[in-house]
Design a binder for this molecule. Sequence first.
Ligand SMILES: [Zn+2]
Ligand SMILES: [Zn+2]
Length: 220
Amino acid sequence: MEETRARPGWKQVPMPSAVAGLPRDGRGYPVGWATLWEPRDSPGRSSVIRSPEEGAVLWCYCVTGTGTPLLGQVCPRRQRTAMARRRCQLCGTAIDRDMKVLFIAGRSEGKAAQLVPEPPLHAACAAYAARVCPRLVVGDRAGALHVTEASSYELFEERVRPSGPDPEADMLREVFPLGSRSALRFGALENLLASPAGTWVPFAAWFAGLPPSGSSGSPF
Ligand SMILES: [Zn+2]
Ligand SMILES: [Zn+2]
């Protein structure tokens, strides 16, 4: 796996207080609440379980603080919780209804009306991650980043089902409206995808418009 690289001087960037309480990796990076943890010895990290409301669900058994954090990779279980409950993927706390949620999209997402797999962020947490290292949040998908701030977002289900012997490579995936009946028949729920009601701007333009680091205006 490629190394997540810090921006120079990242330790001087003031940390939002909710971020300061997160576990750290070997370099002192805060490990985002939604980050996937690689368990120390158990080989099986996830399995498909049955839920009365959601049908088949891809369940993840990783435990925060146990094993190795895989920065930039998101736990599917916490991914869904963050999306469904409007929780910040970095600090893990709720984003108030009267506050806008910020989404960062990588690669081709963010160019047109599209669905975002990265859970929402507080604006202050996003600004912190952007100053320290955007890959803290988006991992290897940090190709052509775009940002939107939205009051609300609509949710969709990304479901998967095996189509061949290799459970990783031979996976069919399809997107359904939240709660659709055909989704239940298709396969296991992996991610919730967001369609934010906001305008996408290039990451660089959004970053250039941030107030200077350390100024007030943080909700923490
Ligand atoms: Zn997990
Ligand atoms: Zn946050």
